[in-house]
Design a protein around this ligand. Sequence first.
Ligand code: ADP
Ligand code: MG
Length: 559
Amino acid sequence: MSQGKINVSVENIFPLIKKFLYSDHEIFLRELISNATDATLKLKHLTSIGEAKVEYGNPRIEIKVDKEGKKIHIIDQGLGMTSDEVEKYINQVAFSGAEEFLNKYEDGAKDTGIIGHFGLGFYSAFMVAEKVEIITKSFKDEPAAHWSCDGSPNFTLEESKKEDRGTEIILHIAEDSTEFLEDSRITELLNKYNKFMPVPIKFGTKTETLPKPEDAKEEDEAPTQEVDNIINNPNPAWTKQPADLKEEDYKGFYRELYPMQFEEPLFHIHLNVDYPFNLTGILYFPKLTNDLNVQKDKIQLYQNQVFVTDNVEGIVPEFLTMLRGVIDSPDIPLNVSRSYLQADGAVKKISSYITRKVADKLSSLFKNNREDFEAKWNDIKIVIEYGMLSEDKFFDKADKFALYPTVDGSFFTFEELQEKIKANQTDKDDKLVILYASDKEAQHSYIEAAKTKGYEVLLMDSPIIAHLMQKLEGSKENITFVRVDSDHVDNLIKKEENQISKLSDEEKETLKTDLEKTIESKSYTIQLEAMDSSASPFIITEPEFMRRMKEMQQTGGGG
Ligand code: ADP
Ligand code: MG
């Protein structure tokens, strides 16, 4: 038996770890399961390259809660540690064995999926435990080791009788952390952090119903059996190649992610890139309502299949945080502030990659099945319009597939719209006038009037459309949005029949003054340019406000 002092310069690091290292005490389990996973994946790699001459088998990780003894056990069948390795990896705080492993095996180990890298995860055990034991046997032919530490920097290290390969961590749960001795709390944590980790994780058993035997009678109960309760899916859809997945697999994975969501997603986007950064994931477009606050199922961020957070602010552009799904990237720096994240080069690239993939997917949906795209427009428009407003790169792409619905239920892209109205809807400054209604019922009579004149009227009723119209006016040449009940509508010009304009300005002025002498000009407007046909060289209209006044008098309404 040897004794010694843990090698750190701070006199007592444990109170520090307990208070400051992680704000969330519950992540101790994630960290210890990550280490158990790493130990298993390392062994897998070493056996595959012939460096470990042992049977890899079907290793798994087991979690046991001993409520009476106030202990939690985390047991793995990974590569284990010799007592020298315990000295090296455990007693040196902030020395990462995971990082060392990756450096040693370089490119070959790049794809092992090894998680650790700060060399601090193990010590998170002391956030919930007053004493921690490690009993470990290496795959190397050496005696097992038993390390024990009660939360002060003093530890003991002795030989152990453990015979099977792997590591068992025993946490003696502290008085203030007994919540973690509840099965329900552990289940909750496993579901949150470990649901998609790459090595099977067992927590207790469950009863499975077997099919009834052929000769069973109607009233016979189906037979049951106790089986291991494996809490995770080690091969989640996002880790597979898109070519290996069918539509049904994507839908199935959505249900796995959000068991409480009964509505199916509208479509998915599979992210898969390994240069210049590593990122996989699947994003889903859910049916969105106008009430953005109701959205609670968010995009989940993973690193090597370990859940990290569902706050992806700063990583995913804001307009895409309304989507759902999973992003997995070891290249996103964590434990840094969100503002730092936004400035990080890798994160910027990731963010613009995601934006581009979403735009490309939308564009292909639009091109390949316009009818379906139109049918989904109402459910996806908020994201697209918001994206067009907030990201210029997205605007440029979305400009080709963003749809503008008319009051009659047809859909135009902006280009189609321009084409459609250019002969019929310009104003005196030669600007294209895009008429829109914001409320079909309330503006009914104006809509009808505009339609009789052959004008197209858009229905612009989404919550941020006013901003988008402004953006469009700013970024396109010579267009203006005019609400259908504004008096500008009376000033529209049919381009090709504009004969009056052949008159000089002087001639026009004379004609206008002459006309004004003959009618009462205060209540009518004379427009020389706006003619319906060459048969009427000019039109005389009531100004919009006069008309509305009269309308109000007629209906007795007040505005
Ligand atoms: P990191 O995982 O970032 O390397 P940790 O503090 O979580 O740092 O763990 C430190 C080291 O202790 C690991 O890198 C590994 O070498 C060793 N270790 C921890 N848990 C186990 C385990 N279950 N089996 C084998 N080695 C382990
Ligand atoms: Mg670790």
